[in-house]
Design a protein around this ligand. Structure first.
Ligand SMILES: [Zn+2]
Length: 310
């Protein structure tokens, strides 16, 4: 084998051996039924940040503006949680004020929700010399008509935002709702079982989207994972990150992930679904049916417990 081929092989192995993932965390400062006092919300935040620090994850958190207020006034306890994220050196982005569903409201209403989110968060960011650069769509909905999609896209761009895509979508929020119910029932065995099932399910989701991106681009791409600032991640994010590391992932910033040309792919999808960007790109390229088969499902028992009235 010539030296040149050997070098090429080596470069290929290095490039393909290092899988990259950006971790994006929605619904800050916290979204949890079980952790609902200032003390427990602080504990939840502390645990999330400890997991991120342990695995050196340059995560980005997306803040819901109204979550920072009580009776239309800034709530100092909630602002303290935001400070904890900023003190940890992590980036924050805008996730609107009221988390409106763009399928149900007009562009003008959505625009006001983006600005409202900005106003609720920006001041605290600027005090720390930081700015809001990224926007995350509630329910991953970019607009269900070409007009609505184009209007929001142009508005966000004009306002200086970069849209934060998601390649690995999942139902961590559903697991966490079941997890909260198990915590409130005081059923420790169930709590642990849900946590273990969650980590397994997330592994399946990563495998599914990895296979899809490999087939769509013919190579691995840096993934963007969406999770929430909820109870199950406070307890199991460490186990999840350990599993991802074992799978060959290194954790990168959203900035870094988005330098990959895959993220410049065209997205002409404008239906109601809040779906993975991989699926948006695939549908735009005309992929059909079998390409989308095999998405991991949430176990029925988890779904039932999540929706049980306590
Ligand atoms: Zn959200």
């Amino acid at each position: 084998m010539s030296q040149r081929i050997l070098v090429l092989l080596l470069i290929t192995t290095i490039t393909y051996g290092q899988k990259q993932m950006a971790i994006t965390i929605d619904d800050l400062p916290t979204v949890s039924k079980a952790y609902n006092t200032p003390e427990t919300q602080q504990a939840l935040t502390q645990r999330l940040l400890t997991h991120l620090r342990t695995y050196q994850v340059p995560a980005i958190g997306f803040v819901i503006g109204s979550f920072l207020q009580t009776d239309n006034k800034p709530n100092p306890n909630k602002l303290k949680l935001l400070s904890m994220w900023l003190d940890a050196g992590l980036e924050l982005g805008n996730h609107t004020f009221a988390h409106k569903d763009y399928n149900l409201v007009s562009f003008e209403t959505m625009k006001a929700d983006v600005i409202g989110g900005e106003q609720a968060v920006k001041k605290w960011m600027e005090e720390r010399g930081k700015s809001l650069r990224y926007f995350r769509h509630p329910y991953l909905r970019r607009g269900d008509t070409p007009e609505k999609k184009d209007s929001l896209e142009a508005f966000l761009k004009h306002r200086g935002y970069r849209e934060a895509p998601v390649t690995i979508d999942n139902s961590d929020w559903l697991f966490s709702r079941a997890y909260d119910h198990a915590l409130l029932l005081g059923d420790t065995a169930l709590v642990n079982s849900i946590g273990q099932q969650y980590v397994r399910y997330m592994g399946d989701c990563v495998a599914y989207y990895e296979a899809q991106s490999d087939s769509l681009f013919g190579r691995p791409i840096p993934q963007t994972l969406l999770i929430h600032a909820n109870s199950i991640n406070a307890d199991f994010l460490g186990a999840l990150l350990a599993q991802l590391k074992q799978r060959g992932y290194t954790f990168v910033s959203l900035d870094q992930a988005l330098t990959d040309s895959a993220y410049s792919s065209e997205d002409h999808f404008c239906k109601k679904g809040g779906i993975s960007w991989l699926h948006r790109w695939a549908l735009t390229q005309g992929k059909k049916g079998t390409f989308f088969n095999g998405e991991p499902e949430v176990p029925t028992a988890i779904d039932e417990l999540a929706n049980r009235k306590l």
